[in-house]
Design a binder for this molecule. Structure first.
Ligand SMILES: *Cc1c(COP(=O)(O)O)cnc(C)c1O
Length: 361
């Protein structure tokens, strides 16, 4: 019997398709595929296995990297925020992880450590994001000292992160790129700057390594776009089922707080999906779902486990499949409606949702 629980269906063929699209856009760059936050909610290990063509994988935290290693992933893995405490360095060396060094204190701790083997270092420069990264004026000194350290393997890789690459009309990205080139001029190390927005909008920033996250999952980083416009295929379909159909009369108030009042006699489908599954509460009276391929509005508030949908006279029955987002209902559109970004919606899916992996060609 088909489960009526909320489902996230992950299409690994779409993931591979999007990876190929990255290679097409950045043909001369290696790809560091970003898998932090459980691969943007898609399931880190399955995504890592499917992306066997990636040159390296990027995660935010040590436990994410260790989970990949425990799952048998042998590929280079980069800790995008480096280590948080020098105690972690032994494990980082033992698990053959690579480090971003983004702060003088981190560099000093690495230089002072006693390691069993040298680690690969990506030196991150702050060129305008003002979050992580060494100051431009620290570059020459830290670069030289790290390069000479027996704790550091081979030539340093040099990186920076863009604040606004998803907004091609702003000058910020060009300014960051110019500053990066100026600081690193004459340096042999491989360069990496481009997140998804820059892979799509700033070919001059691709360098030796691109670092796409969101676009691998088929989703656009740009506020007004959807993945399809960039030649991407959404990887996740979030779906559930109708668990009840009921009639309401004109004037009936629906759900908590009675925030929606039926204007005329109608029919409602109750769907097993709520904020307890990670579906955004802001979608109440504010978004659509697909039932049997047709668009219907969510009416009333989103509850923890359920939403109510106005189905009018459509022939909807208990057990019918409901799509909350996917190829025909972009998550980007829902993000706009509820005033957030698709990154957040994807990451917020909870463990109540049942994941399945398919290869839809
Ligand atoms: C998350 C992250 C990325 C990927 O960003 P997207 O916008 O998802 O492509 C790239 N680089 C770093 C350092 C990151 O933290």
């Amino acid at each position: 019997m088909l489960s009526r629980r909320p489902q996230a269906t992950i299409d690994l063929a779409a993931l591979e398709y999007n990876f190929a699209r990255v290679k097409q856009l950045a043909p001369n760059s290696k790809v560091l595929a970003v898998l932090k936050a459980n691969a943007y909610g898609h399931g880190m290990l399955m995504v890592a296995q499917a992306l066997h063509q990636a040159d390296a994988l990027g995660v935010a935290r040590l436990d994410e990297a260790l989970a990949l290693r425990a799952g048998g992933i042998a590929k280079p893995i980069v800790l995008l925020e480096g280590f948080f405490h020098a105690d972690e360095l032994a494990q980082i060396v033992a698990s053959n992880l690579q480090l971003v060094i983004h702060h003088r204190d981190q560099a000093e701790a690495l230089l002072a450590a006693q390691l069993d083997a040298p680690v690969r270092v990506w030196l991150k420069i702050d060129t305008g994001m003002h979050r992580l990264g060494i100051y431009p004026h620290e570059f020459n000194e830290l670069h030289q000292r790290l390069s000479q350290s027996s704790n550091v393997q081979g030539p340093l890789r040099l990186m920076s992160h863009f604040a606004s690459s998803d907004e091609p009309d702003k000058p910020a990205t060009a300014n960051q790129l110019t500053l990066f080139q100026h600081i690193t001029q004459g340096n042999a190390g491989e360069h990496s700057l481009a997140n998804s927005g820059a892979v799509l909008n700033w070919p001059q920033s691709h360098g030796d390594w691109v670092r796409p996250g969101l676009m691998l999952y088929g989703v656009s980083p740009m506020a007004e776009a959807v993945g399809k416009q960039h030649g991407l295929k959404p990887v996740m379909t979030l779906s559930s089922s109708v668990i009840a159909v009921r009639e309401v009369s004109a004037g009936d108030a629906v759900g908590y707080g009675g925030s929606w009042i039926a204007a005329h006699n109608s029919r409602l489908a109750v769907v097993a999906m709520g904020y307890g599954d990670g579906y955004p509460r802001g979608a109440g009276n504010n978004a659509d779902v697909l039932i049997n391929g047709k668009c219907h509005p969510i009416v009333g508030r989103v509850s923890m486990d359920m939403i109510t949908v106005d189905i009018g006279t459509a022939p909807v029955a208990v057990g019918d499949k409901v799509v909350l987002w996917g190829a025909d209902l972009p998550v980007e559109e829902l993000a706009r409606r509820v005033d957030t970004i698709p990154y957040e919606l994807l990451c917020n899916i909870t463990s109540r949702v049942q994941f399945s992996y398919i290869r839809h060609t």
